[in-house]
Design a protein around this ligand. Sequence first.
Ligand code: ADP
Ligand code: MG
Length: 732
Amino acid sequence: MLTLDTPLAKVVGDRTAKAMAEDLHLHVVRDLVRHYPSRYARRGEMTALTDLQVGDRVTVLGQVRKVDTRPMRNRRGSITEVTVGDGAGSMRLVFFNHKHARMVVGAWGLFAGTVSSWHGQLQFNHPDCQLLDDATDAGEWASAMLPIYPASKNVSSWVLQKSLKLVFASPETADQLLDADPVPAPVRRRHGLMPLARAIWLKHHPETPEDVEQADHRLKWDEALVLQVTLAARRRAAALEPGIARPRRAGGLVDAVDRVLPFELTGGQREVGEALAAEIGREQPMHRLLQGEVGSGKTVVALRAMAQVVDAGGQAALLAPTEVLAAQHARGIAGLLGPLGRAGEIDGDPAGTRVTLLTGSLRAAARRTALAEVADGRAGIVVGTHALLSEGVEFADLGLVVVDEQHRFGVEQRDRLRAKGARPPHVLVMTATPIPRTVAMTVYGDLETLTLRQLPAGRGGVSSSVVPVGEKPAWLTRAWERVREEVAQGRQAYVVCPRIGDDEAASGDQPDDADGAPEVTAEAAADRRPPLAVLDVAEQLRSGPLAGLRVEVLHGRLAAEEKEARMRAFAAREVDVLVATTVIEVGVDVPNATVMVVMDADRFGVSQLHQLRGRVARGKHPGLCLLVSEASTSSSTGVRLAQVAATADGFELARLDLETRREGDVLGAAQSGRRSGVKLLSLLRDEDVIAQARSEAAALLEADLGLAAHPELAAAVAALNAGDRADWLERA
Ligand code: ADP
Ligand code: MG
C-alpha cells in the first residue's frame, strides 16, 4: 500500500527518483503530492512571453504551425525550424540535426527551454518537447488547464505529471492517501475549507481557475495554521521564563552618554528609547525588533539601552553581521564615549565602563585580555559578530543582546543565549530593511516591532538614477565623470559589483557572509554572462575612466584585518573610490562618501539596492546613486530598477521586493518556497488567512496545550520544527 512516506523510488523507479531527489528535493510520496504546479498552461498566453527576459527558462503550451527542415549553410547537417503558436502569439523553436517524428503541423505540445532572441523574435534552441496525444485531441488540449510543474533539466514537468498519476489516479485514491488532515474539522467548518485530499487533488487536476483558487485557499490555511501554532507555542514558552529587570537609574551612564552626544536626539529616538527603557526595566525578557531607515540613527538608541543595562550592573553585547562592522561599531562607540568607555585606564572615567571588541581575528594575546574582561564583567559593552554567542565566550552577567542589521535572530540563537546565563537576557534586533505588517506577524510572530521613521535633520538625501548602458552607453561615461567631480570636491565614492572575481567558484560558496550572493535565482543567471567582478572592474577603472584616483577594493575574501585596514583607510580619506561587493551593504558609515555606482544593478534585490545606497546619504552633502544595468528600460527588470530609483521610502520598496521575489516569477519555474515549507502562502496577499490562523492557533493551544486532540496538526507542527525546515523562520 502506498503511503505518504513511501520512497519515490518505489513509485517511479530508481533513476527518476534519484533525479527528483537531487534536483527537486523530492524524496517520498508526501513531497511529490505537495510539489504543486507553478502555473497552468492555457491557450492564449504566449502574448505573455513578451514579458520574458532572454535567459528565462519556461514551459509553454502551443500548436505547431510550420515545420521547415533544410541543410545548414556552413556546416554539415540540417536545421529544423518550427513555429508554434497558441492563438495569441507565436515563437520559434530551432533544432539542429534532429527532427521529431511527431512534430507535424497541427500537433499540440509543451515546449520547455531557455528563451533566447533571434532577429527580435523569441526562440528556444533545442527545447524539450512533449507532444500531446494525437491531433484529434487538439481541441481538448487547447482548452484544458495543463499543470506546469517546477521542473529541472532531468525531471521535466511531464515526468512529474506522469509520476503523480502513479500516486493517485482518481479522487478516491487521493482521499485514501490524504485522509489525515492537519486542519481540524471545526476550523474547516468555521472557515468553509475543503478537506485536504480534495484540495490537493484539485490543485493537480483543476478544470477551472476557480478550482485552483479554492484549493489554494485551503492549502494556504494548512500552511498558515501550522506556522502560527508553532509561533504561538514558542511565545508561550518564552513567556514562562523570567529574565532580570534592569531598570533605568538616574545619574548613571545613560545620562553621561546623553551629555556627550554631539547632537540632539530626534523625537523618534527619544520615543523609542523610552519604550525600550521601560521594557528592559521589567523582568519579562524584552524581545523587540527596531526597524529604522538607513541612517535613522539606530546605533545611538542601542547605545543608550546598553548603558542602562550597564548602570544596572549587567553587560550588553552588540552583534554585527561582519567583523568590519563590528570593528566600526566598537570604534564609533568608543569614540563617542571617550573617557567614559575606558574605565580602568589611566585617562578613563571611573563612572564609565569598558567597550571591548572581541572578534575572531584578534591576536591571541589581545583575545585573552578581551575574554578576561568579558568574563569578569569589566567589559560593560562587548562588540563582536554572531560568533560571540557560538564560541566559548563567557559573560559575567549578560543582560542585553543587541543584534544589528539583521532581521533574523531566531529561536536557535535565543536558545544559545539562554544557555549563556542563569536568566535569558533582553534582546533588541535592529534592521534597516522595513518589514511589512503581515511579515512581522508571521515570520516575526513573537517579535514586536518599533519603528524609527524620522531621519536626523540636516541630511543631504540621496537621489538615484538608472544608467541603462544598453540604450545609453554615453551615460556610463558621464557616471564616471560624476565620480571624478565628486572626488575633486573632496568627496568619496563606492562602486559596487555583484561578484569578487578571479578564480572564485561560480556563485554561492562565498567566503564571507556579507558578500551575500545578490538575490537572483540561479536559473535566471545560468544562461547570462557572469556578473561583473570587483577585481576586474577596479582594474578597468584604474587604467581607464578613473585613472589617477586612489582606487581600492574591498570584498569578503580578504582577511578580516585587511578588510578592517582598508575600511579605515577609506574612512580616513586615504582612498577616493572603494570598489566593493555587498560587504558594504550594511551599516558602513563614511559620511564623506557621496556617490555610489552599482554595476549590474539588476542582479541585486530591491531592498539590497536600497540598503546599498543608504551608504551615501549619511552626511550633510547630497548623495547620488547610479544603478548601472544592461536590462532594457521596458523590461520588467528595467521597470523595477526605475521604481527603486524613484522611491525613497524603504517601506514601499520592501513591499515591492516581496512582490517581485515571491509573486513575480509567474511564467518561470519559481522554487522560492522550496526550503520554507511555505509554498502558497503569500505574506503580502494573505493577510486575512494569516490573521485568522493566528487566532485559531491561539485558541487551539489555549484549549489543548499538547494538541492531544489533534494528532495530525501536532505531527505537521513537529515536521516543520524538525530538521532544516524551521530554519526559514530565522532566514526569511
Ligand atoms: P543606522 O540607523 O543606519 O544604523 P546610524 O546609527 O549609523 O544609522 O546613524 C547614522 C549617522 O547619523 C551617524 O553618523 C550618527 O552619528 C548620526 N546621528 C544619529 N542620531 C543623530 C541625530 N539625532 N542627529 C544628528 N545625527 C545623528
Ligand atoms: Mg547601523
